[in-house]
Design a protein. Structure first.
Length: 610
């Protein structure tokens, strides 16, 4: 039994009574929900509503109310009343904190006023709108056209059937769900009204849950209670899960209001993750040999403790290891979001060295990297170390140290200007800087080379032979930012960190497990969006993780695309971005508010009018 009265019992009883009246008077007959004794849900009125609303959608930039007002112009009172009652059903489910009771009544009165129709909002039927059954949110409010379109298509199909057949369907959860699924596929979008209508029509058999995401999380969390792999329908799984839980609890339960159950499915479940490990080298050297690391995994894609997944990780690590052993520094290249910076940090952990992370800048000079004179409080000049020198010598003890330097987006700097004397040191030469230390001697940069012991003096900076730079470079930036000289590049190994070549739902599931989101409900949509994005710009899984986190609870892919995807499209033709917006709306199962995306496109990219 899915119906639940524990909270706001009186409001919910009135609401369910209103839903039962709609079912009896309007769906099984041609009567009215509000205007008793009138015939409102007739074939003629339904046909007129289909013509003005379904077959002739208003694609202007106006809001829903303005569009509906234009669509209803010149229609009969009965068609206006049908529109009001459709809107009544639309408003029946949302909590008052999602859409206030006052707003619901005001919207219905507004439609009535367009035609001068008398509507007594003091009638008991309107009390059904007061409390609500669940949260719907902005997503539901901004997609009234699709939500009501689904409701119309469902009702229209029922009304075409003989009354006895209608009654059988409205009494049978399996047949009603089949009908709802067919209408949803006809609409082409995943609307919350599907879940809302099912619950209103059969509240004892369908959950009072409007969110696709929440249903998905619950069925994943309690998957062990469904002991039949042949059952794939989410609502059928929920029906079985409810029965099992009620047996366990010995009473009626609610997935929101039974705290133990709610806390379990809303809590992110963590799983044991395989990780990259490195054994301590036996010879005491910093860089391990090929036998000094192991991969404790049994599949091709390796998750790490940094929430990263890489294809062909053994090859990737072998490239890193070989480059470091051969004295090379590293630049990880690849699209945004592939985990290059986190990978750099992870490599430092593998080799048990402390990293210093900085982000390159176009205004870098040798002052920021090597160092230069600065005045103290008494206006005396002293030598201030740059980030490179700070990473190879302790400021207090003057003893050498070995903090590897991670430089994010290295190609944003003018390399020759910023790195200067470091080139020679990396090549094995000593360099005397045009600065003096506190002991009055010129500052000397020198490589450790084959020295076993290292001088510790105020003016000497010794670069350990095992000191490394690990840098990152976004491939989409490489043509627009500073070019690197050959002298610089030959000291580095460029290692690609790309996106997976074959993006599948199974792969996305692996990522979600690593991100500790095993109950994420929109795997197929997330997969389709990632593949579609890559038709225009290659992006890595980190950005997909941001989208997943944003849509874990509210299915709001529109906002997720605005926040995390469209800014990555800088440099792409606005016509291509417009094409992407159109495709993501038409070719994925997510409901996308195109107007919001197009407004962002115009404002962010200064795209003008299309």
């Amino acid at each position: 039994m899915a119906i639940y009265y524990a909270k706001e019992k009186n409001d919910r009883e009135v609401l369910y009574n209103a839903a039962a009246k709609w079912k009896k008077e309007c769906l099984l007959n041609d009567g009215s929900l509000i205007w008793d004794g009138e015939a409102i849900w007739t074939d003629n009125n339904m046909n007129r509503f289909r013509h003005i609303f379904i077959e002739n959608p208003d694609v202007s930039g106006d809001n829903f109310d303005s569009k509906l007002k234009k669509q209803l112009e010149n229609e009969t009172d009965d068609v206006y009343k049908l529109a009001i009652e459709f809107m009544y059903i639309y408003f029946l489910f949302p909590y008052s904190r999602s859409i206030s009771f006052k707003t619901k009544i005001k919207k219905l009165e507004m439609i009535a006023a367009w035609k001068g129709i008398e509507m007594d909002s003091s009638l008991l039927i309107f009390e059904g709108l007061r409390g609500g059954l669940g949260a719907t949110g902005t997503f539901y409010n901004t997609n009234k056209y699709l939500e009501i379109s689904f409701l119309f298509l469902l009702v229209e199909e029922l009304k075409k059937l003989p009354q006895e057949t209608r009654n059988n369907i409205l009494s049978n959860r399996i047949e009603l769900k089949k009908l709802a699924d067919r209408k949803r596929k006809e609409l082409g979008k995943r609307v919350q009204m599907q879940h809302i209508a099912l619950h209103l029509l059969l509240p004892e058999e369908f959950e009072r849950i409007a969110s696709w995401g929440h249903k998905g999380q619950i069925t994943k969390t309690y998957a062990d209670l469904v002991n039949n792999d042949s059952i794939v329908d989410m609502d059928e799984k929920l029906f079985i899960i409810r029965e099992r839980l009620q047996e366990e609890y010995g009473s009626e339960i609610d997935f929101y209001e039974t705290s133990e159950i709610h806390n379990k499915w809303r809590t992110k479940i963590t799983k044991n993750e395989p990780s990259l490990t490195v054994k301590e080298p036996e010879d005491g050297s910093l860089i391990p040999t090929p036998d000094d690391y192991s991969l404790s995994v049994d599949f091709d894609v390796i998750p790490t403790q940094e929430s990263l997944i890489f294809e062909k990780p053994a090859i990737l690590l072998d490239q890193v290891m070989t480059a470091l052993r051969n004295g090379k520094h590293i630049i990880f290249t690849g699209p945004p979001g592939t985990g290059k910076s986190k990978l750099a940090s992870m490599i430092c952990k593998i080799y048990n060295v402390e990293p210093v992370m900085v982000t390159a800048s176009s205004n870098w000079s040798t002052f920021e990297t090597i160092g230069g004179y600065r005045p103290d409080k008494e206006s005396h000049l002293y030598f201030k170390e740059g980030i490179f020198l700070e990473s190879v010598r302790d400021k207090e003890t003057k003893h050498p140290k070995n903090n590897w330097l991670i430089i994010d987006e290295i190609n944003r700097a003018d390399i020759d200007k910023a790195f200067g004397p470091l080139f020679s040191v990396l090549a094995g030469d000593e360099v005397t800087l045009p600065f003096q230390s506190e002991n009055g001697k010129s500052i000397l940069l020198k490589p450790q080379g084959d020295l076993e012991s290292v001088e510790t003096d105020e003016h000497i900076y010794t670069v350990p032979k095992d000191w490394r730079i690990i840098a990152t470079m976004n491939t989409l930036d490489k043509a627009s930012l500073y070019e690197m000289s050959y002298a610089f590049m030959r000291r580095f190994a460029f290692i690609p960190v790309g996106i997976p070549k074959n993006i599948t739902s199974e792969l996305v599931e692996q990522y979600l497990n690593v991100w500790k989101m095993p109950t994420y409900p929109n795997v197929d949509i997330l997969t389709d969006i990632w593949k579609l994005i890559n038709d225009y710009r290659k992006i890595g899984p980190a950005i997909i993780q941001d989208i997943a986190k944003h849509t874990q609870e509210n299915d709001d892919f529109t906002s997720a695309i605005i926040l995390y995807v469209l800014p990555q499209f800088e440099g792409i033709l606005t016509t291509q971005i417009q094409e992407f917006i159109s495709r993501v709306s038409k070719e994925t199962d997510a409901i996308i508010v195109q107007d919001y995306l197009e407004d962002f496109l115009q404002n962010f990219f200064d795209a003008g009018t299309f």
